[in-house]
Design a protein around this ligand. Structure first.
Ligand code: UT7
Length: 336
């Protein structure tokens, strides 16, 4: 890429959660769990869940429309959706979103990187802009994660939830507020079994010969995942901050994937970023998968805890294993 390739600049933000709120007390009624266990082990008090009939695209269209309004309503010329829960296995969900948002015959495709999907999508969108393939990308991260959850599995059913977040990225200059710094990404597929939906793909199809016993649900080996999450998010964060020519002390706001309140605290402590600079909404939304970071940005911007000029560090970790981090100076945008 030439030195003059355009940089992706954030110019719009939007978030959406479905209206139904499920509290820890609601879960106590159906699972062998307790409000105390969930709060102390995860930091979650409530989350939003879709009702039957609602799909990922419904969440994505809401968040995408809000981000477009926030970006002054100018249309996007590409749509990227990060999700683990597409409406259908085939085709991608993004073209339908582009059509429902009346964006015309723009390029549209999905990115699959589980809870790191937003940062993988950010790198992808920045690449489209740098390559001149698009000048204004609508990047949406949306998950109807509860559609993958085994309602009887208390180790995941209390954590994962539904939501969407979106940003509009336009072609700009690296010195502008909103310019996205180098997106640091990584993966370790040797540990892919730690977080997986075992069946339903090409390896173990269902129904079919040899398919039983069949497990179509999301499974996570939480304790082992925890250790990797802290290490990888810390490491990627340091690399992203160095790439921006910042010191960790320069970081005004940390927006980490809302996986677990204890993980967020440990990552913050390892990076020496005090609690007052760590954005958090896990208590009220739980773990919303790919949507986690942009939803957090949208809610924080709307509430004023994230403001223009803040030096922002984002980091995520999840299934793959896959992780990432990126920086930006938060621009003067109204949250949609
Ligand atoms: O978003 C993608 C990335 N995800 C992550 O990074 C998640 C990382 N992992 C975690 O956040 C934590 O490991 C969990 C929140 C998933 C679990 O917390 P933990 O402190 O690691 O608990 P644990 O899995 O070690 O389980 C401790 C105990 C077990 O009982 P025993 O074996 O000690 O008798 C579990 O059966 O807690 C039990 N337990 C529960 N008890 C009440 C597990 N889930 C529940 C529950 N309610 N919902």
């Amino acid at each position: 890429m030439s030195a003059s390739a355009p940089t992706a600049v954030i110019c719009g933000i939007g978030g959406y959660v479905p209206p139904r709120v499920v509290t820890n007390r609601d879960l106590e009624a159906v699972l062998d769990t307790s409000d105390t266990w969930i709060r102390t082990r995860t930091g979650i008090a409530a989350r939003h869940m879709i009702d039957p009939g609602t799909a990922t695209s419904d969440l994505a269209v809401e968040a995408g429309a809000r981000a477009l309004v926030s970006a002054d309503g100018a249309p996007a010329d590409a749509v990227v959706l990060a999700t683990t829960t597409p409406d259908r296995p085939c085709p991608a969900t993004s073209p339908e979103i582009a059509a429902r948002l009346n964006l015309g015959p723009v390029p549209a495709f999905d990115v699959s990187a589980v809870c790191s999907g937003f940062l993988y999508g950010l790198a992808t969108a920045a690449g489209l802009i740098a390559a001149g393939a698009a000048s204004r990308v609508l990047l949406i991260a949306a998950d109807a994660f509860t559609t993958l959850i085994d309602p009887a599995d208390r180790s995941t059913a209390v954590i994962f939830a539904d939501g969407a977040g979106a940003v509009v990225l336009r072609a700009g200059d690296p010195a502008e507020p909103g310019a996205v710094g180098r997106v640091v990404l990584g993966s370790d597929g040797a540990l892919g079994d730690l977080i997986q939906v075992p069946d339903g793909g090409s390896r173990r199809r269902f129904p079919g010969p040899g398919a039983a016993p069949c497990d179509p649900y999301f499974r996570m080996r939480g304790r082992e995942t925890y250790r990797h999450a802290v290490h990888r998010m810390t490491e990627a964060s340091r690399a992203a901050v160095a790439a921006a020519d910042w010191e960790l002390d320069d970081v005004d706001r940390l927006a980490a994937h809302q996986a677990n309140g204890r993980i967020l605290a440990t990552v913050g402590e390892e990076l020496n970023i005090p609690e007052g600079r760590r954005l958090a909404n896990i208590e009220r939304v739980g773990n919303t998968g790919a949507a986690s970071i942009p939803l957090l940005l949208a809610q924080s911007a709307a509430e004023g805890t994230l403001a223009a000029g803040h030096r922002l560090l984002m980091t995520a970790f999840g299934g793959g294993l896959a992780w990432g981090a990126a920086t930006a100076v938060w621009p003067d945008v109204k949250a949609g």
